[in-house]
Design a protein around this ligand. Sequence first.
Ligand code: OGA
Ligand code: NI
Length: 438
Amino acid sequence: MVVLKVLKTYETTMGNFVLDALRTSTLSIQTSFHEIKVSFGSIKSLLVPWTRSNSNNSSPVISKTKLREDIKEFDESKVGVKGLVDAGITSIPRIFYQPPENLIDSRSLTRTLDIPVIDLAASDRAIVVRQVQEASSKFGFFQLINHGIPLCRMDDVILSIKAFNELETELKSQYYSREGNEKRVLYYGSSLHLNELEGASWNDTLLVALGPEPAESCYVPEVCRMAVAEWDEEMKKLGGALLGLMSEGLGLKREALEEKLCMDARIMAGNYYPHCPQPDLTLGLKSHTDPSIFTLLLSNHVPGLHVKVEGHEWANLVAHPGALVVNIGDVLQIISNDKYRSVEHRVLANSLQEPRISVAVFFNPANDADTYGPLPEITSLDEPARYRDFDLLELRQQMKKEVGVKSLINNCRIGPNLKWRDWNPLRLLQSYVGSSQN
Ligand code: OGA
Ligand code: NI
């Protein structure tokens, strides 16, 4: 009787979330009901009736003010998306609902994208260069095998990101922040920027600056300190080798891109995609292109990466075990004057019980004094620069914004909308001089 009374009270105040949990419950769940009530008091209002599935389109419209308040509450709880899952939710809070145009159409779930597999141990460098060049221009994505990184290093870094995300909430929440800080280590639930206009995504992220001013090791969570440092050593080597291949693929000397880009500014994102109870209502990571030179991505065996093929259809990218995925970023598309392509991708919300874990290392330019634009060596009268120059201030501003699709590319593209003051006469001159030297 007492239980029934409790049920009644919560039916009117907290709605179906607790009710659903209790309906399917046994005595032991009534204990967890108390746990939910006590330990998740601060996120209680995220679990009100409008969090029920809108699969029958019956969910009430919710005001922007309410969404804003709920985002604030989610953020202040510092439990991340994993904290919601640990609380035993069966339906996702409304702040995570994606607009219908972002949702997954079922056909794309069965389509698989075969991206080129490049064997870095192949003896003929010219063949490897050609494969990198073709893959970068056709797909914008490829996989590397025989890359020289021992399997145990790959396992270590994935397991260490898992261990961090599975720390006690009190320990983990000490790192919780969305603001850049002098520690250069951030951990946050969902994406870096949350606002009431766009649905939040179903993942938690640990960001660590690896260069040129890396985070001091004492600020990197102890459970992943060693593995992250070792991973960075591998990334530096592999990233440098890859840039050499990409440079030659553009017909330049091996060091040309390295000299121009000085790509010391690496950032690592350890992404944790916990199980999502309603994966058809949200996304693990919203559609975006990376505003990097290129990105090296390692993930565990839980699938989820979705890539936009030929600019319109989505397909699953399943990496070979032990392979690393490379994707071209916006900076390299601009520098290469569209010879290499930065391609849209996203991550599906994880329907499996096991978390998807990925480690993305973004390689970014680091030379503050320089401006960046299509390389004069590869532009000509026939193929004039398609972009104006940008500097690191502009690039950093882009990076601080919400994940977006080709925002840097679109901002810099020379076209009818480019204002006269954006033209850089020196750049134009350089491209003509470059062409006469060819
Ligand atoms: C990213 C990204 C893919 C993944 O972090 O930019 O695209 O599988 N990640 O986590
Ligand atoms: Ni990405």
